[in-house]
Design a protein around this ligand. Structure first.
Ligand code: MF3
Ligand code: CO
Length: 290
């Protein structure tokens, strides 16, 4: 990395002089680097202007999920959810990020019961009493990305499924408590994994969260079975998702052979997922979308 002069403009694009911006940050990070920490690349450190633009995107993301929350019920199809997400997102001047993303055919992921994630909305899938469903909304507003997902219980669901949904939601809070600058993503990953296991559940290993903001999926890849003190260091200006997939039975999964997208649990037991998007701040964290 080229050393910047103290009076040169900062590499983050803030327009401020380096000495008044990321100079102290770089010195601190360099110290950790020489101690062997995996430090984040500059491309994923956001400046204040970018953070504000991502907050604006996240507001739309939340509004779309709120709309789904108010309207989801037994008897509708997942195709209907897709239409709501497309319409609400575009009405706000944004684009649903999943649409045509690496060939994904729809505007949202809808994953029911034993579907772990990346369920594809369809005319043929009707929500019925007792289902649990994850609705995963990702938003591109003026080129800035946000991503979050929620679980919905359709009518009366079994106590076992309800508990899975609730514990998975609680696991996000448990993970969040570990999010602070100069800590490690593994601190968060292990906290979630330990919490899920303590409650009798398993955590999906192969699929994780991701950095986000300037792209839909950025570095780092975020595991929820990682170990304390490992993985990338969390630093102010970093944005990533916390989105563990927690299974009632085995952690083993497989991919739908026909559509190439949808992930299922190997034992057909239910899986739940909640997703939030967080910014690491000087003090701790800020939740951008949920
Ligand atoms: N929100 C999902 C994720 O980050 C989106 C997956 S890509 C899609 O994992 F094309 F399936 F939407
Ligand atoms: Co995501």
């Amino acid at each position: 990395m080229r050393k910047l002069g103290r009076n040169e403009p900062c590499w983050c694009g803030s327009g401020k002089k380096y000495k008044a911006c990321h100079c102290a940050f770089d010195n601190k990070l360099e110290g950790y680097f020489y101690q062997g920490a995996l430090v984040p690349p500059r491309e994923i450190i956001k400046n204040q202007e970018q953070i504000q633009a991502i907050r604006d995107s996240a507001k739309i993301n939340i509004a779309v999920l709120d709309y789904v929350s108010r309207n989801i019920r037994a008897g509708i199809t997942t195709e209907q959810i897709d239409r709501w997400v497309y319409e609400k997102t575009t009405q706000c001047g944004a684009i649903p990020a999943p649409l045509h993303y690496e060939g994904f055919p729809k505007s949202v992921c809808t994953s029911i019961n034993e579907e772990v994630c990346h369920g594809i909305p369809s005319d043929h899938v009707v929500l019925k009493e007792g289902d649990i469903i994850n609705v995963d909304v990702s938003t591109n507003y003026k080129g800035y990305f946000s991503d979050s997902s929620r679980m919905f219980c359709i009518g009366q669901v079994s106590p076992e499924k309800k508990r899975l949904v609730d514990i998975t939601k609680e696991s996000i809070q448990v993970g969040l408590e570990q999010v602070k600058p100069w800590g490690f993503l593994g601190d968060m990953g292990q906290a979630i994994h330990d919490f899920a296991r303590k409650n009798g559940y398993s955590v999906v290993r192969e699929i994780g969260g991701h950095g986000i903001g300037l792209e839909f999926h950025e570095e780092p890849w975020v595991s929820y079975v990682s170990k304390k003190g490992t993985e990338m260091m969390m630093v102010p200006g970093m944005i990533f998702t916390i989105e563990p997939m927690i299974n009632m039975g085995t952690d083993e999964i497989f991919v739908d052979r026909e559509n190439g997208w949808t992930i299922y649990t190997a034992d057909a037991m239910p899986s739940a997922q909640w997703e939030i998007q967080v910014l690491v701040t000087e003090e701790g964290y800020e939740i951008l979308s949920y």
